[in-house]
Design a protein around this ligand. Sequence first.
Ligand SMILES: Nc1nc2c(c(=O)[nH]1)N[C@H]1C(S)=C(S)[C@@H](COP(=O)(O)OP(=O)(O)OC[C@H]3O[C@@H](n4cnc5c(N)ncnc54)[C@H](O)[C@@H]3O)O[C@H]1N2
Ligand code: MOO
Length: 390
Amino acid sequence: MITVDAALDNLFALCAPLGSEDVPLTQAAGRNLARDVAATRDQPPFAASAMDGYAVRRDDAVAGARLLVIGESAAGHGYSGAVGHGQAVRIFTGAPLPTGADWVVIQEDVTRAGDQVTLGQALETKPHIRPAGADFRVGDQIKAPRILSSADIALLAAMNIAQVPVTRRPIVAIIATGDELVQPGETPGPDQIIASNSYGLAAMVQQLGAHPRLLPIARDNIPALELAFDLAADADLIVTIGGASVGDHDLVGQVAQSKGMQQAFYKIAMRPGKPLMAGRMGNALMIGLPGNPVSAMVCGHVFLAPVIRHMLGQGAAVAPRRIAKLAKAIGPNGPREHYMRAHLGPNGVTVFDRQDSALLTVLADANCLALRPIDDPARAAGDEIAILPL
Ligand SMILES: Nc1nc2c(c(=O)[nH]1)N[C@H]1C(S)=C(S)[C@@H](COP(=O)(O)OP(=O)(O)OC[C@H]3O[C@@H](n4cnc5c(N)ncnc54)[C@H](O)[C@@H]3O)O[C@H]1N2
Ligand code: MOO
């Protein structure tokens, strides 16, 4: 058995950030920018007015001055002539500043009569001009890696980058195994149950930004498992569920190895999730999760999520955790790191009494996992512990 940290280090070493693909701006939000991109233009491309008013020469912008309006500059339609002494051009926000002008008097400070304007007595002291390139210039870069926010999308658009290089989304093949399983919506036989954690993991994979591919349930026999691995051959990550323990029908490790999986480790000192295996398998990383529904989901949070983030170019890091105070005392932990289903509320963390790894109702009530180190002693209410928010 290896520790959770050692298992994660192993997993990170067994995979790498995927290559990149170009996607349209409308599909780039939330994706990882795969390489630096550079602006192909200046913004604004010309000195622009920041207000609606009159473009003038600075030395004409004095209280009481009377100026002749010689034309108009609007956004998208500039004024082609030049502004001389004693002259003004009507201008609107975003419009190019005409040649000769270096000041904008806002229209609130002006009285207009025909083609004459008279400037008011209390003029503003700012020119209200946005210099060319004030936001960015040709060649200014957005650096990778970076998870693209809505603001980044706006900036990329302004830079005229219509196709964005992002890290490819991993294809994650999910194989539920077991003679007892039927799909949700089917009518189970008397000894059967509904496959659940395969759907939970597919949802998790999707939320992480990868492509889940739910394969048909593989029965507990060698040909069925071989077929399932064949169907998963082009995936970046192959995740099996169940059949990982030591029973007579737990065939996943054996079949995976016969199909070329080079096992890097098997069994982790953690609860739930002990019988987890992993290794390279062709072009993919294979992770064999234990079948107990909560074990599979907890291993999803602790191992799959960091692995997928690593493949997405977001760095190789453990699932984010934080420190919280216990609302209620808890007993000592044993020789395996324990990820206990718990709820964080205004009074702190309450660790649930029922921790059986078959109880999906308890997992659904949890909003965090309380993380107990190996041989952690009993803890009192008010003690600080690490939690992994769900
Ligand atoms: N003698 C021992 N027995 C077991 C050990 C052990 O160390 N020695 N470990 C236990 C632990 S811990 C776990 S976890 C389980 C894991 O076993 P498997 O990975 O082989 O899982 P299965 O036996 O196939 O299934 C366990 C349980 O989960 C249900 N299951 C499986 N897949 C699904 C699915 N997709 N959706 C819903 N439920 C699923 C299955 O019906 C079983 O009830 O082994 C312990 N045993
Ligand atoms: O480790 Mo099993 O995953 O405890 O239920």
